[in-house]
Write a protein that binds this ligand. Structure first.
Ligand code: HEC
Ligand code: HEC
Ligand code: HEC
Ligand code: HEC
Ligand code: HEC
Ligand code: HEC
Ligand code: HEC
Length: 309
């Protein structure tokens, strides 16, 4: 092969490589992103829901799933854009997808596909109070994967600083629902859990950056979350011996009731306010006293000088 023919043969390949999106992505994802990275705005899909069609290629590349072809989750789609590959979806995933379809408006199969690789977490969520809310009560209020981990395309390491389930943002994430008065009333949920946590010894330590202070999941689990009256809940009765004992060695039955989310009753509340008022009062008294004394000293000094003259 002459140099020229070689160049002619290779040039299109090089051009193709150049057109291919940057490394780190599966070829298939690149094909899908060719359209979806460029598309902006929302459309109404078959079910009637409004769907945002944009998938940001840069943010996808920074996610834990960057190496996955889009079709590892979007099993209904073949690698050739939207050509249907419906029959290829395994039946267990298809059946799961129909159970959660009220939560996933655009592609419930993708919402069920997580179980291929994260079966353990998925099973726990399904048997949790959150999963049952969706599957048994057929409500859309309970939390599934993306309610806690954020957009399915931009999921980052759970322990990482930016993840919505990281120590820094976790309380805020649970608080989207547990701090929402409408939901609290609808399900008669424990009131005030968010305030009581942030005002607690634990919440304050967390804010100060204490690396061992608990967040919500330290006491309630991340996926297997249950009502406190469920014997499998980590905050059910004596299970707290173990739950608190993870961090408080030798936690006994006298110690474990120390934390609930109940308001601490009026006496400690006003007691604390009174103490603050008292401290400020004493401090103000001292400051005024010192100022007056200084004023008296200056006045005396000035008058004595005058008398001396
Ligand atoms: C040629 C451009 C193009 C390519 C390539 C493309 N899409 Fe789309 N996609 C669209 C358009 C346009 C819509 C909205 C209209 C529609 O539903 O067909 C859409 C809608 C979607 C939706 C919303 C739900 C639905 O059923 O409509 C999903 C999910 C989706 N695409 C995934 C993918 C995946 C995964 C790939 C790669 C396998 C891909 N797309 C490749 C143009 C494209
Ligand atoms: C980790 C699994 C996963 C991967 C990988 C993934 N998706 Fe998705 N995607 C989902 C889920 C789950 C939904 C459904 C969200 C919903 O219905 O609320 C979704 C929804 C969509 C939608 C509809 C818009 C929306 O927000 O509902 C488009 C378009 C889409 N994906 C395109 C892509 C493209 C393009 C890729 C590859 C670059 C990709 N997806 C990779 C899980 C994934
Ligand atoms: C109620 C909120 C919530 C829901 C719903 C949720 N997660 Fe999580 N997830 C968390 C928290 C919090 C962590 C971090 C746990 C830790 O730091 O130990 C986590 C961690 C993870 C991890 C890292 C490994 C591990 O187990 O710690 C994976 C994988 C994961 N989740 C997958 C999923 C999948 C898949 C779903 C849906 C079936 C899901 N999660 C639903 C809150 C949630
Ligand atoms: C084809 C397999 C596959 C599918 C499908 C998949 N994941 Fe993952 N996921 C992975 C792999 C592999 C990693 C680990 C990446 C790493 O360690 O860098 C991961 C990481 C994660 C993490 C971070 C775990 C940690 O250690 O902090 C979460 C959260 C997560 N996935 C949630 C989901 C959710 C939600 C879905 C469905 C929308 C999903 N995954 C679908 C393979 C998959
Ligand atoms: C998308 C909204 C949502 C998110 C996010 C969410 N929850 Fe929930 N949670 C609910 C709903 C709704 C219920 C009540 C379900 C029912 O009774 O059917 C519930 C119930 C609970 C219960 C049991 C309460 C009871 O009275 O039985 C606990 C404990 C709980 N959630 C803890 C958490 C923690 C911890 C997090 C964060 C890691 C979290 N939740 C994130 C919506 C949410
Ligand atoms: C130090 C452990 C601890 C932490 C941290 C914690 N909780 Fe709790 N939580 C408990 C205990 C213990 C109970 C049961 C209280 C009782 O018996 O009255 C409870 C009860 C609840 C309930 C009511 C459960 C039911 O069945 O009625 C909800 C909801 C809840 N917590 C949410 C949260 C959220 C959200 C966070 C984070 C902002 C959080 N908790 C942080 C220990 C904790
Ligand atoms: C993830 C670890 C963790 C868990 C789980 C945990 N705590 Fe704590 N707790 C801490 C840390 C850290 C401090 C602050 C200790 C310090 O600064 O001396 C603290 C402080 C306290 C304090 C005030 C100071 C003290 O030591 O007397 C009480 C009371 C307390 N925790 C009760 C509980 C109870 C009850 C539970 C179980 C429902 C529990 N904790 C679960 C980490 C934890």
């Amino acid at each position: 092969m002459s140099r020229k023919t070689f160049a002619v043969a290779v040039a299109p390949l090089l051009l193709l490589l150049f057109l291919l999106p940057s490394p780190g992505l599966a070829q298939e994802s690149a094909n899908c992103l060719y359209c979806h990275n460029a598309m902006k705005g929302t459309i109404k899909v078959q079910g009637g829901a409004m769907v945002n069609l944009n998938v940001d290629a840069e943010k996808f590349k920074a996610s834990v799933h960057a190496m996955l072809p889009c079709t590892e989750c979007h099993l209904k789609f073949s690698d050739d854009t939207h050509a249907s590959a419906g029959s290829a979806v395994p039946s267990d995933i298809l059946s799961l997808s129909s159970k959660i379809s009220i939560k996933y408006s655009s592609d419930p199969v993708a919402g069920a596909a997580c179980t291929k690789c994260h079966e353990e977490e998925y099973q726990k969520v399904l048997s949790s109070v959150h999963g049952k809310n969706v599957i048994e009560k057929k409500q859309t209020d309970g939390a599934l994967c993306v309610d806690c981990h954020g957009s399915p395309h931009y999921i980052t390491k759970a322990k990482g600083g930016k993840s919505p389930v990281s120590r820094k943002y976790q309380a805020e994430t649970c608080g989207k629902c547990h701090g929402n008065q409408e939901l609290v009333e609808k399900y008669k949920l424990e009131e005030n859990v968010m305030d009581s946590f942030s005002e607690s010894f634990h919440g304050r330590k967390l804010l100060l950056g204490h690396t061992r202070a608990p967040v919500c999941a330290s006491c309630h689990n991340a996926h297997d979350i249950r009502s406190k009256s469920d014997p499998l809940s980590p905050v059910f009765g004596k299970n707290k011996l173990e739950t608190c004992g993870k961090c408080h060695k030798g936690a006994n039955e006298k110690f474990i009731p120390a934390i609930t989310h109940k308001r601490p009753g009026p006496i400690p509340h006003y007691g604390e306010k009174l103490l603050i008022l008292l401290t400020m009062g004493v401090f103000a008294f001292i400051v005024i006293h010192v100022l007056l004394e200084a004023f008296a000293d200056i006045r005396d000094a000035v008058f004595r000088k005058k008398e001396g003259k």
